[in-house]
Design a protein around this ligand. Sequence first.
Ligand code: ATP
Ligand code: MG
Ligand code: MG
Ligand code: MG
Length: 469
Amino acid sequence: MTSTNDIRRGFLDYFGSNGHQIVPSAPLVPQNDPTLMFVNAGMVPFKNVFTGLETRPYSTATSSQKCVRAGGKHNDLDNVGYTARHHTFFEMLGNFSFGDYFKEQAITHAWTLLTRDFGLPADRLMVTVYHTDDQAFDLWKKIAGLPDDRIVRIATKDNFWSMGSDGPCGPCSEIFYDHGDHIPGGPPGSPDEDGDRFVEIWNLVFMQYMQEADQIVGDLPRQSIDTGMGLERIAAVMQGVHDNYDTDTFKALIAASGALTHTATDGEMKASHRVIADHLRCSGFLVADGVLPANEGRGYVLRRIMRRAMRHAHLLGAKEPLMHRLVPALVAEMGAAYPELVRAQPLIEATLAQEETRFRQTLDKGLKLLDEATVGMKAGDVLPGETAFRLYDTYGFPYDLTEDALRAQDLAVDRAGFDAAMAEQKRAARAAWKGSGAKASDELWFDLAEELGATEFTGYANETGEGVV
Ligand code: ATP
Ligand code: MG
Ligand code: MG
Ligand code: MG
């Protein structure tokens, strides 16, 4: 079996030996983009190179980039534990051409690596192209010998990439692996494409045009390539398993949570073990990159993820804080590739232990309240937003934790009601503040906080710093 660590190495070596500069992963906190919460794709650290704002001493590069998709535009948090292929934290393998090679070579590289070096059977692969991209269609035919019915033309934005409304843009081509007809799901472009049978493994972006105000205004002077392949997804394929969570890395983490909680890792508790393994990686890497739990911004995303994992640890019957005891397994699996994890191990453990100790004080009470509130409810019913807000406000339950907790019973949460309760709380706080004779600058702070809070769901710390006012 090829280990995940070997696959990462194999990918970088392939492109390295084909003239690409091997570039280490950038930190998860974006260094060049204040509008972005976390690095969520391999191209992010190279944004300014693509636009020409920055030049580097190489015109092609390859990397394995740490990514988090748990907030903002790409949010896969709710999928975690429930699909075979989504994580909050994952690694994106990529090769990049900055005005160097274009479509033909990008497709040749991808096909050669997958079918020759990685040994994937060609008849399990299929691709999509943007519906008007005849060039890509013809190249896939020529280079890969794919029959017409395995090159699917897609007309949606899924296959057209752009960097905002002004800047480079262009068609995409996604490569899918067919895990077999024993798994539900249809091919890309079909009504049941969201199943787990045909899994997108690699996305090739052809930066071809320049756009202004969402209109293509011409060809880019330096046409470029950006690709991204999920390491965990290609590992599943190469390790002969269908599910990312059955690959070596995840098996080791899940085995550790099974051993420490004395619970079976399949069956009823399967989703909890998966959530814990995923959130452990995400929390560990975020702390290693300098994010600490907080009541707003990046730190609140981290806190949400930690608390959600902690509820699942609670479901597994853990009576003592669990997450920090899983860190050695994480470091054993990933520390060689990411030395920052080794360096930060004591901080990661301490942060998780402290956060879990504090949250335990309210978790039990909150869950009891939730149990009482859902007595007599049946599948399809909706928890009042007021209740979800009380859980948030008094017991420190992030909204999505409540949602996740109700999922097993097929209950939903009234989001609008929750938002209304939150808005009312803010209004009252603001009124009280005004009444206190506070200065204008304090009011400005409320305005700002409200504005920023609109995109990311944040809170304001109360005196204990625990719940949110
Ligand atoms: P999907 O349609 O499956 O959600 P995507 O089109 O959103 O994937 P891209 O933005 O194209 O994903 O990212 C490039 C690659 O990164 C994908 O082809 C996939 O292999 C991987 N990837 C994307 N999101 C995740 C995730 N949440 N967890 C694991 N791998 C991911
Ligand atoms: Mg996606
Ligand atoms: Mg996709
Ligand atoms: Mg994609």
